[in-house]
Design a protein around this ligand. Structure first.
Ligand code: A3P
Length: 289
C-alpha cells in the first residue's frame, strides 16, 4: 500500500508536506502585479498554465520550452523537502510573477487579497473532474489509492480528496469573483472555442497579440500538441511518483468522458447531491460538447 500522504488544515485535506509548511505558506507575501492561476485539481491547470506562458512569451514556443512546465509557475502550497518550496521558488522570481494554486479561497494566503492580485480561475464540470481525478490518483503514487470507481465516487462527493470538496472550491471562487480581479473561465468553453477564451486571457493580462500569434497559441496548446510535448506531458517525472503506464497524465482531454464511467444510478444520485450543494449558485456547466 501507499503511505498516507494527506492531512487536514481547516477541514481540508492537503499534502502532508504542505501542512508541515503551513506557516510559511500563510505568510507568503504576494505582490500587486502577481497573477495567480487558481484551479481545483484536474480542471485544466496545466493547460491554462501553458496558455498564460505562451501569452507572456508573445507566442515564442522556444521560450516556453525553457523548462518543464511544473517549474515555470510555482504552486504556492507545494512542498517536498529538501527541494525548495513553492514559496521559496516564488520569492526568487522576478516580477511580474505568475504563480499557481489549488487552494480554496478560505486557505489562500491573505496577502493575495490585500494586494488585490489578479486571479485566473478555471472551472471544470464536476463529473469530468471526478473521472480525471480518479485516474490521476490511480497513477499518482504520492496520493492515496482511489480504490474502486464506486469507492472513489463516495470519496469525491464527500470532499475527502486533496484540496477538499469540488463543490466548496468552485462555490468559494465563484462567490468572490465580483469583488476581486477574477477572470472565471470554464474548461468546456476552452475546448469549444479556445481562441475566444485565450483572447479573454490576453485582455485580462493587459496585453494585445496579433491574430497570427493567437492562432499559434491555439495550435501549441491543443491537447494533441501538449500530449506529445515532453515539457508539458510530465514524462520527465519519475515512475515512482507518476506511473504513466497506469494512466497517462495527458489522458483524454475531452468533455463528457463521465458518461463512460457513471452508472445511471450514480448519475441520478450525483445530480441530486449537486442540486443540494450548489443551491442558489447560478453557474451553468456544460456536460457534453
Ligand atoms: P483528463 O484526465 O480528463 O484527460 P490538471 O492540469 O488540472 O491536472 O488537469 C488535467 C486534465 O486536463 C486532464 O484531463 C488532461 O488531459 C487535461 N488537459 C491537459 N492539457 C489539455 C489540453 N491542452 N486540452 C484539453 N485538456 C487538457
Amino acid at each position: 500500500g501507499r503511505q498516507l500522504q494527506l492531512r487536514e488544515v481547516g477541514g481540508i485535506l492537503l499534502q502532508a508536506a504542505t501542512v508541515d509548511n503551513w506557516s510559511e505558506i500563510q505568510h507568503f507575501e504576494a505582490k500587486p502585479d502577481d497573477l495567480l492561476i487558481c484551479t481545483y485539481p484536474k480542471s485544466g491547470t496545466t493547460w491554462i498554465q501553458e496558455i498564460v506562458d505562451m501569452i507572456e512569451q508573445n507566442g515564442d514556443v522556444a521560450k516556453c520550452q525553457r523548462a518543464i512546465i511544473q517549474h515555470r509557475h510555482p504552486f504556492i502550497e507545494w512542498a517536498r523537502p529538501p527541494q525548495p518550496s513553492g514559496v521559496e521558488k516564488a520569492n526568487t522570481m522576478p516580477s511580474p510573477r505568475t504563480l499557481r494554486t489549488h487552494l480554496p479561497t478560505q486557505l489562500l494566503p491573505p496577502s493575495f487579497w490585500e494586494n488585490n492580485c489578479k486571479f485566473l480561475y478555471v472551472a471544470r464540470n464536476a463529473k469530468d473532474c471526478m473521472v480525471s481525478y480518479y485516474h490521476f490518483q490511480r497513477m499518482n503514487q504520492v496520493l492515496p489509492d482511489p480504490g474502486t470507481w464506486e469507492e472513489y465516487f463516495e470519496t469525491f462527493i464527500s470532499g475527502k480528496v486533496g484540496w477538499g470538496s469540488w463543490f466548496d472550491h468552485v462555490k468559494g471562487w465563484w462567490e468572490i469573483k465580483d469583488r476581486y480581479q477574477v477572470l472565471f473561465l470554464f474548461y468546456e468553453d476552452m475546448k469549444r472555442d479556445p481562441k475566444c477564451e485565450i483572447q479573454k486571457v490576453v485582455q485580462f493580462m493587459g496585453k494585445s497579440l496579433d491574430e497570427t500569434v493567437l492562432d499559434e497559441i491555439v495550435q501549441e496548446t491543443s491537447f494533441e500538441k501538449m500530449k506529445e510535448n515532453p515539457m508539458t506531458n510530465r514524462s520527465t517525472v519519475p515512475k515512482f511518483i507518476l506511473d504513466q503506464s497506469i494512466s497517462p497524465f495527458m489522458r483524454k482531454g475531452t468533455v463528457g468522458d463521465w458518461k463512460n464511467h457513471f452508472t445511471v444510478a450514480q448519475n441520478e444520485r450525483f445530480d441530486e447531491i449537486y442540486r443540494q450543494k450548489m443551491e442558489g449558485i447560478s453557474i451553468n456547466f456544460c456536460m457534453e460538447l
